[in-house]
Every structure is written in structure tokens, then in C-alpha cells.
Design a protein around this ligand. Sequence first.
Ligand SMILES: Cc1cc2nc3c(=O)[nH]c(=O)nc-3n(C[C@H](O)[C@H](O)[C@H](O)COP(=O)(O)OP(=O)(O)OC[C@H]3O[C@@H](n4cnc5c(N)ncnc54)[C@H](O)[C@@H]3O)c2cc1C
Length: 387
Amino acid sequence: MVASPPDASPSIHVRGAGPTGSLLALALAHQGQRVLLQDPLTAPELQSRSRAYAITHSSRRLLQRLELWTPLGDALVPFTRLDLRDAGSGGSVLFGQQDLRRKNRRHQAIGWILDHRSLMRLLLSRLEQSPHVTLGLGRDQDPMTREPAAFVVAADGPSSPTRQSLGIDVFQHPYRQGCLTAKVILRGVAPGGAYELFRPEGPLAVLPMADGSYQVVWSAPMQHCLDRADLADGAFLDALATVLPEGVEPDLLLDRPAAFPQTWMLARSLRQGPAVLVGEAGHRCHPVGGQGLNLCWRDVETLTDLVASQGIGPRTAARYSRRRWPDLLMVGLATDALVRLFSNRHPLLVAFRQLLLPCLALSSPLRRLCLSAMTDGPLRVGRPLPD
Ligand SMILES: Cc1cc2nc3c(=O)[nH]c(=O)nc-3n(C[C@H](O)[C@H](O)[C@H](O)COP(=O)(O)OP(=O)(O)OC[C@H]3O[C@@H](n4cnc5c(N)ncnc54)[C@H](O)[C@@H]3O)c2cc1C
């Protein structure tokens, strides 16, 4: 780690202390960069979301590098089987640890589910302890910038005021599907199991949580999501029971279901002069496949590596934008294609799925290819993985 006087003005200003901005500030502080991390939310507000993230091996590697993996410990719930089913064609595929690439296989999981609160608690406590980070949290905080930062990072979420003030345009495709999330107790799920169920109205993910409960991410036309979010607890569980796989029963609803619109969004450029966009300030995709936060953290990894090798400034910003765009575009296209292919009853597409899923179920190289693209990112397919 490079030493720097903690009382000097921050040279990097990170706007937004969500999971992306906080992790980036910590990663840059690890290199000895002086960082101002600012957010209108207070620390308790930043931790208060009821949400769980699917964590892939690309995120695992970054958290290990930053010495956060072991401290997250019990908050990371591994899943060793991913059961993919298509209600429209009746096909199914079971992904297991043997479908991972060899370097990932020894980590004993296809992926992990991480609760937002545990993650933010750890990130904020590490940030408070870092002599290289100045925290400006809450609406009343003086951001404490004595001189303009040399490098500005917008991590201020999908409606990013920074992106708008920089005048960076976005490509946007709003989905008719919305997404409803709920935390439930389920009976009948095999230990270590997670589900991705494709249904004509939209995909449904069932993800195991640390306390033995499950996070349900249920995509459907937005009005259906809103109607289901308004149901009484018993009626909601009855509706959920009709879409879960056979043998899996919902017992209890643990929080109020919340409905959100879904959009595929990609900024036309991820930089403007010495300012860059990271995380959802620059891109968003459909939650199918649990790619969201992992994509945001690949931004963090790329930007941190570039700052380490060539410092801060417009050239780093330009390289960052060029390097991240292909991954963001490919994952955006792939998730969009999955939604279009599976969320319908079109006879030709159903026939295609009736061929595709048995091929996947029978072919281990094909399953390994799909899992590698999902867990390491499409640009790492066929390339050596880092340790
Ligand atoms: C319903 C739902 C379910 C999801 N499920 C999953 C999932 O299962 N797995 C997964 O990986 N991802 C999931 N995601 C996506 C995931 O939540 C995002 O990828 C993640 O929150 C992005 O983090 P971020 O830090 O980039 O943005 P955000 O979390 O949006 O953080 C942005 C921060 O910027 C702050 N801010 C706003 N304006 C300013 C300003 N002017 N100055 C400074 N700060 C500002 C905000 O207060 C906020 O703290 C889901 C998203 C939704 C909506």
C-alpha cells in the first residue's frame, strides 16, 4: 500500500456510497489514493435495503483481493446446484459444481447469495477505519472538498445526477416486465439449491439466504407485480405456491413484497474528461441470471487496475470506458435475449427451447461454457482465469 498524508485534500471524489461506490472507494484507498466518498444517505440508511445479491466468481476474486471475503463469512450463502426450468417447453437443466471451470471448482459453490445489510455494514466500517477515505454521508454533511478533485467517479445509481450534469446520453429499453422481490420461508428446496424458472410471463429466481429463508425475484408484467405486491400475506403465498416447482411450498412471508420497473440501460460513453461512470450510474440490465452487481463490481476491478497502473486523469478515464463497454454490451444483449427467448409462448421459440434445453442437459462442455460466461463474464470465456 502506498502511504499518503491523510490530511491532504482527496484527489478522487466518488459520488454515491451504494455497493459500487463504497467498494470502489475502499479499493482505491487500498492503493493509497485519497478518496472523498459522498452520499446524501446516512450510514444507517445505506444499510437499510432489504435485498440480496447473487455473487459470482468474478466478484469473489475481487472481494478476496480486498480482504473482504473471509470477514463476510456466514453472510455468504453458497449454492451448489442451479436448477433451470422452462415452464413453456417443459425442459430443465441442472448446473452443478462440475460445470465450473477448474480454478473456480475448488471454491465449492456455483455462486453465493449475499445480504445487502451485511455487505454494507462491513464496507462502511472498513471505510470509517481507513485514513485515506473522507466520508461525507447524509444530507447535512459538508462534503469537505478544499479543492476540486482531480478525478470524479459517478457511482450515484441509475438516475445519476452526475451523469446528467456531464451530459452523457444513455441507450434505454424499458421492459414491459417489472420485478417483484420478497423474502419467504420455503419447504422442500434441496440443500444448496437455487432456481431460475422461466415462465411465459417472465423469469422467477429463488435464492437461498443466510437465515434459512429465500429471496424470490419474480418478473412479470408490471401491473401483475403491483397487484401481487398489494395482496394480503396469505393470498400472496397462495399465488407464489402456483408458480414454484413441484414439491416446493411457501410457508411464511417475512417482508412486504416490493415491485420495481425493469430497464436495460447503457450509457453511450462511461467517461467525460477526467470523470467516469461506474455501476448503475452507467448501466442496468434485466435481473435474469443475477448479473447486476457483478457487472458493477467488474467496473470497480477495471478502474482500480487502471488507476494502479497509470494514475488518474482523462487517459485513464478513456481506457476505462473502452475496456468496460464490450462486457456491458454483451451481458446486456445476453440477458435481453434470454428474456425474449423464454418469456413467451411463440410456437417457433417453444420448439427451439425444446431442442436447446435437452442439448444443454446432455452436454457438459455447453453447460461449462454458459456457466463460465455467467460467472466470470463473457470476455473471460476461453481465457486463463486469474488466481
Ligand atoms: C428490485 C431489485 C432487485 C435486484 N436484485 C439483484 C440481485 O438479485 N442481484 C444483483 O446482483 N443485483 C440486483 N439488483 C441490482 C442491484 O441492486 C444493483 O446492481 C446495485 O444496487 C447497484 O449498486 P450501485 O452502487 O451502482 O447503485 P445504487 O445501489 O443505486 O447506489 C447509488 C447511491 O448513489 C447515491 N446518490 C444518489 N444521488 C447522489 C448524488 N447526487 N450524490 C451522491 N450520491 C448520490 C444514492 O443515495 C445511493 O446510495 C436489483 C435491483 C433491484 C431494483
